[in-house]
Design a binder for this molecule. Sequence first.
Ligand code: FPP
Length: 277
Amino acid sequence: MQDFLEWAPSGSREHRLACKLRPSRLPRHIAVIMDGNGRWARERLLPRAAGHRAGVGPVREIIEACCRLGIRALTLYAFSVENWKRPKAEIETLWVLLRRYLRKELPELKANGVRFQTIGKVDELPTEVCDDIDNAILETAANDGMRLNVALNYSGRSEIVEAVNALLRTSHGHIEPLQVDERSFGQMLYAPQCGDPDLLIRTSGEFRISNFLLWQIAYSEIWMTERYWPDFRTTDLLEALLEYQRRNRRFGGLPEPPTGPARGRVSVRRTLLSVAD
Ligand code: FPP
């Protein structure tokens, strides 16, 4: 957080927004559904690939901002299992952009102590993409800064099914009823060391989860913006963080007791509302 405040020019919107944040209440893990590249391009009468190209800048910007803010893990949804339904040329553009990003940004990621990893069925990607991914994972493996997860060929349902199969394999068919609990099951998912996302951001005004981190977002705070991903900026991230800090995370429990004098009807109503949460 201090790093961010020293880096953002004093008086800039970034600096003013960051000053309002409470460092002790930042999310540990942020997940982002980057959406709207295609619509961004269409509105400019450009091919869809131009939208994806324009989406790389915000990827770079948000990774840097999260590092400077001291976020522990950032998960970006870059390609879903369902995205294979898209035209071959569009998919190939995405691999080119990913490979170019990894090659160009690796020194910066290393310098910032970022640990790069992926979630999803990455071994099904073209060999040359796998090679660049493996190289980035290897080169950043010793870093202990922010964990950057890029979801590639990812599906939340597949992840859960894979975890079930992994459990069955490791138990050699001898799992007793009730032997698997939420903790042991969670350990079989792709990146258990990152913990569940505290905050899930989705761009482009869509109100969908799109098969993303289905298990892990059970209690994530969700923040949506109309902005298309190529237009997403650090200031949007800071707005999301400020909104996150205004939320009262109850995890199904009761709201924190009011600190001031009892407020009669208002506090009764809030308690009743929380029962349904
Ligand atoms: C969703 O927009 C976006 C994607 C499927 C790809 C995301 C890729 C990038 C941001 C660029 C490369 C990524 C990295 C990590 C370097 P959409 O195409 O579904 O948009 P639409 O809903 O408007 O059609």
